[in-house]
Unconditional design. Sequence first.
Length: 283
Amino acid sequence: MRKFIYLFSIITVLSSCNINDFNVSDSGVEYKFIEQNNDSSKINIGDIVVLDLKYTTENDSLLFDSREETNRFRMRINESKYDGSIDEALAMMHVGDSAIFKVNAMDFYVLSRGMKTRPDFISPDEKLIFYVRIKSIMDVSIFNKEKKLSDLSKADQETELLNTYLKNANITIKPSNTGLYYIEEKQGSGDNPQPGDTLVINYTGKFINGQIFDTSLKRGKPIKIRYGFGAVIKGWEEGLSKMKKGGKAQFIIPSHLAYGDKEFGPIPPFSTLIFDIELVDIY
């Protein structure tokens, strides 16, 4: 209990600090250290760190708090993809350090998180405020062992959710040899796509619970892809190979044909994805 109160107090102190007095590193990291332990282990690229982390908007709206996670929160420190990134900021720290960082919101969501854009409620030039306390560096072998066990569990959960969905939706077709479920809703005409063709596609992507995570319909125009060169996930490549111009189909794509054990934008690891596809044109 005393440990929990201490960690809670650290986050509270970080949150209540004046966030206007920031230093700026040569590469553009905006930072303010609350605690520094320069004699302890420094964080390096590739390290897996156990940490307390929360981030908010500049107006103090909470976006994420690691204390809400059921397990201890960990991050791998990656090579920085842009000046002033959160990875670059964390690599400035030592075990036991506490600090506050400002990170450009658009860069964070697009370059760090892999999303197409920022959330609508965040302005283009807004910055996110990160409150961080480094607790320890995790042994890679222990992390890999825990991740393997966790991945097995998540894969089993995905299979169970998929089977439940198929049963409730009364879907009785068999998957392809790879595991793709292809449900034709309108037959097109002409030839199937060939490598090198440009495909014009309208689509809506949903999670297995029906929540839409992306759609071309909202943007008001279809997308164009060059077929057969790995521009899209494997489930799309296979499903599109079965379609013809003017056709409509639904793809039910298990995660091993999508993003697997990786997070991609709003898509969590081990997510089965459902896409409603219209192949508008082929040329």
